[in-house]
Structure formats: structure tokens, C-alpha cells
Design a binder for this molecule. Structure first.
Ligand SMILES: Cc1cc2nc3c(=O)[nH]c(=O)nc-3n(C[C@H](O)[C@H](O)[C@H](O)COP(=O)(O)OP(=O)(O)OC[C@H]3O[C@@H](n4cnc5c(N)ncnc54)[C@H](O)[C@@H]3O)c2cc1C
Length: 516
């Protein structure tokens, strides 16, 4: 392709959450300058899981023009305020929150960790620094019925039905944003003389040409993986989970509580996610096949479900999923960029996959290549940024295992002790002397901020006697005590005024959400 050739036609291959989210984001901002086509197969299923989002999804929905009311109603969605981790630090009677809102004082760079350590036996870290922890205890929604769309009393994301979400995005992209849809199977990828992709060949539509190709074909990665042979960097030595069983479970009754955080409960060979939607719960066990087979995992999952007072569904409805945790050595090669599972996937912990799709799509629209020569520069910068991000996600996920004192199986012993990335080892050493702060991480737009590290570190029971001297010498006690008090006052106010997730969602079904 000539270096000055303009990029006018984009072909997105694959219509899962990655394909349709990317199509919407791109079309909402660039449809006047580029023609956007998406090809999806009617025969190859989407992965059909991925039901927890980050708060970034509010911004994404607003940007692409889907109202919050429509999204909630169409996707069977509920409000998510963070994650609860049960029995990760030890095998029994332990839980902590990683809420989405920042710890009080964090934005002002006030160290709340050192003073909290002096009272840590009375209150856990999340409840000391975030009202959101109290609201999660009571399954509260993060917003009032009168709040305008996408606004709330705390930072929040969503739980959703993945199939319904992809359907809504598809409808929005094709009916409102002008994305052209081709339903067909891609059977071949054709290269040109410069090594770029010239076209994909599909069974019924023949050759489909474009200037830029976006590989959203999931773990198949037809373009970047199969055609360009860009290596998959497996991270299984660090994060051993490579399998999952997922199932949909009915609520015990129509008025059952809808938890406002993802509940992640550690198991002998992995962990179980539990996501409550208005009509059902999505529950699954992700585990390491090196230590556990599907039958054992299904049994442990069924036990979890019945322990929750729910009826275990028929064994035939348990969906088996296999994946190889990792990411591609490059995410953008020549005129092809991979977004979604084709680019990478580590494991469901902390729901970092959809947000990587949102970040990739955002980067693409912020730096949309106008010509082929610009594309080379954008590709290099994209690769540097996203390879860095994959490494930081690995660090953060590994942190959850490294800090565990579970000793019940070889799985936990290995996950805790082996193959800890050097960057994480250094941070853990640093944090023995000082609590995590913004400047400990290299980028201003880190996927996981120092606040998230604080929640997980201190939720898991990490402690240091070295911080306390700093607190007693330097910190203004009055300011700190006022901030701690602010948290409990805010928590009490919210407990008195915020509806439960269930009540708010019922209200939204009847009255919608104000858009102005
Ligand atoms: C167990 C598990 C739990 C997860 N939980 C979460 C979570 O809570 N939060 C989160 O953010 N993420 C989660 N994820 C990740 C999330 O599911 C994915 O990132 C997301 O669904 C995007 O998938 P995708 O669109 O890349 O791939 P897919 O959904 O697999 O879509 C691939 C698309 O490519 C099409 N395709 C493939 N081959 C061809 C062909 N030859 N021709 C035409 N089309 C083709 C398919 O038809 C399909 O439309 C989870 C993943 C797993 C495995």
C-alpha cells in the first residue's frame, strides 16, 4: 500500500462484544470520514461470557449515544460498585472489598494508610476509607432514582447479559450509526505485495477489501494470529487458570437481593465469580486444568450454588470454556489491529477484558491513522502502550495470589510463590516502606491505579510497621480524623437514602432514567 494512501475503509472481522463495541466507538466519532463494515459469522458463536464492566463503560455508552435507561432495560443490567473477595487471604472467614471509588484523601495525596494501620483491628481498610464498602454490604445502588443518567453518589460500572449487550450494540451500530453489516464466514485472508492485508475472502460475499482491518475474531485471531503469525505470549506460568465452567442460575425468588459488587470466592483450584442481574445470576468457576478437571470443577461449582440457597441447574447447562492466558507480542501489525480476545486475555479476575476493548477503541479514535505512513507510527505507539498495559494487568492479577496465605492445595502454594514478575516484586518491596501512591506507577493513565493496589494489598492483610512512624511524626491528625469521619457520615447518609439495587432497577423499568 502506498505510504500516502488514505485510510478510508475499515473492516471489522468478528461480531462479539469486541467487534460491536469497536464499531460503535469508531462510527460515533469517525463515520463522516471512514466507511465502517463489520463481518460476523452466523455459525461461529461468540464467547458469550464477560458480564462485569468497569466504570469506564458509562463514558463509552454516553459517547456512542446509548442512554443508560435503554442499556439497563435491554441488557438485563445491574449496578456494580466493585468486587468482594471472599477467602482469598485465608481459606475461611475472610472477605474484603475492592470498591470503584477512590479512598478518601487519595486525590489530595493524603496518606490514609498509615493512620488506618493503627486502627486496623477495629475496621478493615475499605470500610475505613470508602462509604461504598458499607453500601455494598447492604446491596445498595450507587445512585438515586432522581439522578440524571450516568451520574451517581459513587463511582460505578455494570453487570450485564453479554449476549443482550452484543445485540444492543449491533442494532445501535447498524441502525443508528451507519455501520454496514455482512453476515458471512471469512475463509481466507489475502495479502498484498507489501505484506499488508488486501482483503478477506468470505464464503458468500467473495473478497472484501479495506484499508484497515480490525481483528475481533476472538481467540481464533484469524488475521493477526493465523494470517500474520504474530506470537501469542502465554502467561500460564504466572497465572495458571486456563479453564472455566459457567452457568446461569435463577434467583431464589423474584425479590431476591441483587448484590452491587461481583463476588469472587476463592476455591481450592481457582475462584468462583457470582454476578447478580435482575433476572438471574451468572456464576462460574475459573480454575487451573493442571490441578483440576471439569468434573471436579462442576462439582465444586454446584456445591457453591446450593450453599447460596439456590437450585443447581441441570449439568447439561454448564458451559465449558478453555483459554490460554496471554496476549500477542504485537497488537497492531501492518494494516491490522487486534482488539478483544484476539489481542489477549488473562483471566476474568477484576474484569479487565472489556475495559481493554474500550481503551483500544478509544486509542484508535484518538489517533485514527489518516494515511498509511501515519499508521506505522500509530501502530508502534499502540503496541508500546498496550504491551505495557498487559504487563501491568498481569502484575495486578498476580498480586491477588501472591498475598494469599492459603496453603490448602498445591495450586495456591504455586500461584503464591512462583513466577512473580520482577516489577511486582519491586513494588512489594517498596510498599514495605511506604504505601502505594500515584508516582509509584509509570504512566498517568495506568489501568490499575495505586488506589486499587491499596485496596487489594490492605484488604489481603498486607501490613508494615515501617509506615506508622511516618504517620505519628508528620501527619496532621485533625485532617485525617475529619476524613475518616466523613466516610462514616457519608456511609450513613447513603444507607438512609440510597435504594437497593433491586428497588432502583424496578423503578427504572417503570419510569426510565432522566437524560437531562
Ligand atoms: C470465563 C470468562 C469470563 C469472562 N468474564 C469477563 C468479565 O467479567 N468482564 C470482562 O470484561 N471480560 C470478561 N471476559 C472476557 C470477555 O468475555 C471478552 O473480552 C469479550 O466477550 C470479547 O470477546 P470477543 O468479542 O473478543 O470474542 P468473541 O465473543 O469470541 O467473538 C468473536 C467473533 O468473531 C466471529 N468470528 C470468528 N471466526 C470468524 C470467521 N471465520 N468469520 C467471521 N466471523 C468470525 C464470531 O462469530 C464472533 O462474532 C471473560 C472471558 C472468559 C473466558
Amino acid at each position: 500500500m502506498a505510504q500516502t494512501k488514505q485510510i478510508k475503509r475499515v473492516l471489522i472481522v468478528g461480531g462479539g462484544s469486541a467487534g460491536w463495541l469497536t464499531a460503535c466507538v469508531l462510527a460515533a466519532t469517525h463515520s463522516h470520514e471512514v466507511e465502517i463494515t463489520l463481518i460476523e459469522s452466523a455459525n461461529i458463536a461468540t464467547i458469550g461470557v464477560g458480564e462485569g464492566t468497569w466504570p469506564t463503560m458509562r463514558n463509552t455508552l454516553e459517547k456512542i449515544g446509548i442512554t443508560e435507561g435503554e442499556f439497563i432495560q435491554r441488557c438485563d443490567a445491574s449496578f456494580k460498585q466493585g468486587s468482594e473477595f471472599v477467602n482469598w487471604a485465608k481459606a475461611q472467614n475472610h472477605s474484603y472489598y475492592h470498591p470503584f471509588s477512590l479512598p478518601v484523601g487519595f486525590e489530595q495525596d493524603i496518606d490514609m494508610v498509615s493512620p488506618w494501620l493503627t486502627v486496623k483491628d477495629k475496621v478493615d481498610f475499605a470500610h475505613a476509607v470508602s462509604a461504598q464498602a458499607y453500601w455494598c454490604d447492604e446491596n445498595k445502588a450507587p445512585r438515586l432514582p432522581s439522578d440524571i443518567q450516568f451520574a451517581g453518589k459513587a463511582n460505578y460500572g455494570y453487570h450485564l447479559n453479554a449476549d443482550k449487550f452484543a445485540k444492543l450494540l449491533k442494532e445501535h451500530a447498524t441502525e443508528r450509526l451507519g455501520v454496514k453489516l455482512i453476515v458471512d464466514d471469512v475463509c481466507k485472508v489475502l495479502g498484498d505485495n507489501d505484506g499488508d492485508i488486501l482483503a478477506v475472502t468470505s464464503i458468500d460475499h467473495g473478497q472484501i477489501t479495506a484499508d484497515l482491518f480490525i481483528d475481533c475474531t476472538g481467540s481464533k485471531s484469524l488475521l493477526l494470529g493465523e494470517h500474520f503469525k504474530v506470537s501469542w505470549l502465554s502467561q500460564k506460568h504466572i497465572l495458571k487458570n486456563d479453564s472455566a465452567v459457567a452457568v446461569q442460575v435463577m434467583h431464589s425468588d423474584e425479590q431476591a437481593k441483587i448484590a452491587s459488587c461481583t463476588k469472587s470466592t476463592a476455591q481450592p483450584y481457582g475462584w468462583i465469580w457470582d454476578i447478580a442481574l435482575p433476572t438471574r445470576r451468572g456464576i462460574g468457576y475459573t480454575f487451573a486444568s493442571e490441578y483440576c478437571d471439569f468434573d471436579t470443577a462442576k462439582l465444586q461449582l454446584a456445591n457453591y450454588i446450593t450453599d447460596q440457597g439456590l437450585e443447581a441447574p441441570a449439568p447439561s447447562t454448564f458451559k465449558e470454556i478453555k483459554f490460554n492466558p496471554g496476549f500477542r507480542e504485537k497488537l497492531w501489525h501492518n494494516n491490522c489491529v487486534a482488539i478483544g480476545m484476539s489481542a489477549g486475555f488473562l483471566e476474568p479476575l477484576e474484569a479487565s477484558a472489556l475495559v481493554m476493548i474500550e481503551l483500544s477503541a478509544q486509542y484508535l479514535i484518538d489517533n485514527f491513522p489518516k494515511t498509511h505512513s501515519m499508521m506505522n507510527v500509530v501502530a508502534n505507539r499502540f503496541n508500546a502502550k498496550f504491551v505495557y498495559r498487559w504487563h501491568r494487568i498481569i502484575d495486578f492479577l498476580k498480586l491477588h495470589y501472591v498475598l494469599s496465605s492459603r496453603d490448602d492445595t498445591a495450586y495456591w502454594q504455586t500461584m503464591r510463590a512462583e513466577h512473580i514478575p520482577q516489577t511486582l516484586q519491586e513494588l512489594l518491596l517498596l510498599w514495605q516502606y511506604q504505601p502505594p501512591k500515584h508516582s509509584d506507577l509509570d504512566h498517568i493513565d495506568e489501568v490499575f491505579s495505586a488506589a486499587s493496589y491499596q485496596y487489594v494489598l490492605f484488604g489481603m492483610g498486607f501490613s508494615s510497621t515501617l509506615y506508622q512512624s511516618a504517620w505519628s511524626d508528620q501527619i496532621n491528625h485533625e485532617v485525617i480524623n475529619t476524613l475518616f469521619k466523613q466516610v462514616t457520615q457519608n456511609a450513613q447518609r447513603g444507607l438512609g437514602t440510597l435504594p437497593t439495587n433491586r428497588d432502583l432497577l424496578t423503578n427504572i423499568t417503570k419510569f426510565g432514567i432522566s437524560t437531562i
